[in-house]
Design a protein around this ligand. Sequence first.
Ligand SMILES: *[C@@H]1O[C@H](CO)[C@@H](O)[C@H](O)[C@H]1NC(C)=O
Ligand SMILES: *[C@@H]1O[C@H](CO)[C@@H](O)[C@H](O)[C@H]1NC(C)=O
Ligand SMILES: *[C@@H]1O[C@H](CO)[C@@H](O)[C@H](O)[C@H]1NC(C)=O
Length: 253
Amino acid sequence: MHTCTRLVIGVAFFLIGVFAQIPLADQLKCRLCNNALELRDCTKQAICDNRTEECYMDQVLTETFNTVYRGGCQSRDRCKGGTPVLIGKREELIGKREELIGCSQCCSNDDDCNRRLCGIRPDYTNVTQCYFCDSSKSDQASVSKPSDCITLTTCDTDQVCYAHNEYHPGSAMTFKYGCQNKYMCKVLMRNVFEFMSRCAGSSSAECQHDSVNCDVCCGDGGCNYDDCKQIKARHYNLWVLGKLNNDTLQVIP
Ligand SMILES: *[C@@H]1O[C@H](CO)[C@@H](O)[C@H](O)[C@H]1NC(C)=O
Ligand SMILES: *[C@@H]1O[C@H](CO)[C@@H](O)[C@H](O)[C@H]1NC(C)=O
Ligand SMILES: *[C@@H]1O[C@H](CO)[C@@H](O)[C@H](O)[C@H]1NC(C)=O
């Protein structure tokens, strides 16, 4: 075979390998933390392969006695180990570079499950982290598949999480995520829930014309994942059960 042809084939296979998609059912999203002090420093998720990997969180005590967190995907084999270890080569330990792992934990039961591991400080009670995929302001633009949004942001204290589906005639729907004013959201959701309540089991004209566009808000950290309509349905079910705080839009435990 011609060397050049071989090279082209080699490169093609390399690219296929790099961009090979993990089947949706085997995707596990894990919070990426790189020397984070608290959860709000971790604003990205990694997409891991749940067949071979788990989410992990390490609490690392640095040589300067700071506590930082590192997290992401890790092989299932490495997760089975899990006893505290010293990082770095022996010679380095004798020298000055020395780090201790105070805690190392793994999980794979849920997307983003490692945000609860090793005691990493969560969001403050009145500050919320939300998925953030928006053409204008975020690192990540609006997405054409809800599961593609893997960027988070910390909203202002007067904001909650927000999601929006946008219908474009003749092309694919886009999904937008971010923060929205708490007061506006409270009014929006009161209207949304009352409409859904009126239309539950009704076939009146008003209920036939649910808009294809969708807006929804919710008050818990990271609650704005999924298709807007799914978020609405999820929170409506809680609202019906009296399990949603009408003021904060947070789930009542
Ligand atoms: C990952 O796989 C485990 C079984 O090994 C399963 O219990 C879990 O639900 C999966 N996680 C996700 C997010 O699909
Ligand atoms: C946020 O919470 C802290 C402590 O819980 C409180 O001191 C502060 O006033 C709150 N801020 C707002 C804007 O609610
Ligand atoms: C929220 O408001 C609705 C009426 O608008 C009420 O039926 C429901 O009990 C309220 N939920 C809570 C948790 O207070």
